[in-house]
Design a protein around this ligand. Structure first.
Ligand SMILES: [Zn+2]
Length: 328
């Protein structure tokens, strides 16, 4: 298929998609995805375009990485280099400022292009609110704890069916700091979030709207020992798992960066990316050729399968495949 025809097809596909939910788990590492008993997530991966080698940005702290995810750009552009929201977070002047005075998020881009769109954010970590234009979402609500965050989000979604709903859960990161990444306590919190993810998946089964809803599971950073913020693959590699209509199920060959998330959300919802963004939609998620393994063929299944992780040191195969990827 020619490039123009391909783009036309994807534009038509995007126009049919109305809803995106981001299920963001703070501090969820690749090892956490691989080692936790997470049946709902692992089952979801069977029908998703996924990679466990997506990359966050440096420093591997929460604010720079959540910002990059929702800003479609890295710290070099948005300027957020630390978590210190009680002191100036932006060491660098942002490349662009919107009317709210911050680098434009995907929430603001959607609000600008679709004033009537329903946009909701439910966050467990209070600091997340500092990264968002207060006027962009219809709801920007902090809840205490992952269960209450998800409960509030589900209630809202059932009532409003928002075009874009973003969840940020903090319990996995807490366990990592308290007990260590990949500790028993850490994995237990991943499993708790797996059950909460199951509630979202069940909700999407309740209504036809669920069939036109994309669900992205991802994280801001991983961790090493009891911390993150330094430069290691254990800290910078993140899962990126996209489920939804027309998604080509299997493991993504293409490189995926956390700032591609905003661009992918914009593309799914049919709005133009902001000109200051550097992220690109992960088109490979919608192209069978962008996938290395269809689900059921072994690599597409995470349960009991060795997946390239820092611990496994198994980067040869996925990286070697990059020369043939289809991302654009
Ligand atoms: Zn974090």
């Amino acid at each position: 298929m020619g490039r123009i025809a391909t783009l036309f097809l994807y534009s038509a596909m995007a126009a049919n998609a109305q809803h995106v939910i981001v299920f963001g788990i703070d501090g969820l590492s690749v090892d956490g995805v691989n080692r936790a008993h997470a049946p709902r997530l692992h089952q979801m991966m069977q029908d998703s375009a996924w990679t466990l080698e997506a990359r966050g940005v440096m420093p591997t702290l929460s604010s720079p990485n959540w910002s990059s995810m929702i800003d479609g750009a890295g710290p070099e552009q948005h300027g957020i280099t630390s978590n210190g929201y009680l002191k100036p977070m932006a060491e660098l002047e942002p490349v662009c400022r919107d009317e709210a005075g911050i680098f434009p998020t995907v929430f603001e881009v959607l609000r600008h292009e679709r004033p009537a769109a329903d946009i909701a954010i439910f966050h467990d970590w209070p600091g997340f609110a500092n990264l968002v234009e207060k006027s962009a979402p219809d709801v920007l609500r902090h809840e205490h704890g992952a269960p209450r965050t998800v409960e509030a989000a589900l209630r809202y979604w059932r009532e409003k069916h928002p075009e874009l709903m973003f969840l940020q859960l903090d319990n996995v990161d807490h366990a990592g700091h308290a007990s260590g990444w990949s500790s028993r306590e850490y994995l237990r919190e991943v499993e708790n979030d797996d059950a909460l993810l199951g509630q979202v998946l069940d909700m999407l089964q309740e209504t036809p709207v669920g069939e036109s809803t994309f669900l992205l599971v991802t994280s801001d950073h991983g961790g090493k020992g009891r911390n993150h913020g330094k430069n290691s693959l254990e800290e910078i590699l993140i899962p990126w798992i996209l489920h939804g209509p027309d998604v080509a199920a299997g493991r993504l060959v293409a490189a995926v960066y956390t700032f591609d998330t905003a661009a992918t959300i914009a593309w799914i919802l049919g709005v133009a990316p902001h000109q200051c963004w550097i992220g690109r939609p992960v088109m490979a998620a919608f192209q069978p050729a962008g996938i290395t393994a269809r689900s059921g063929s072994g690599q597409g299944s995470c349960a009991g399968t060795v997946i390239a992780t820092p611990a496994a040191g198994a980067f040869g195969a996925p990286l070697a495949a990059h020369s043939g990827d289809r991302r654009n």
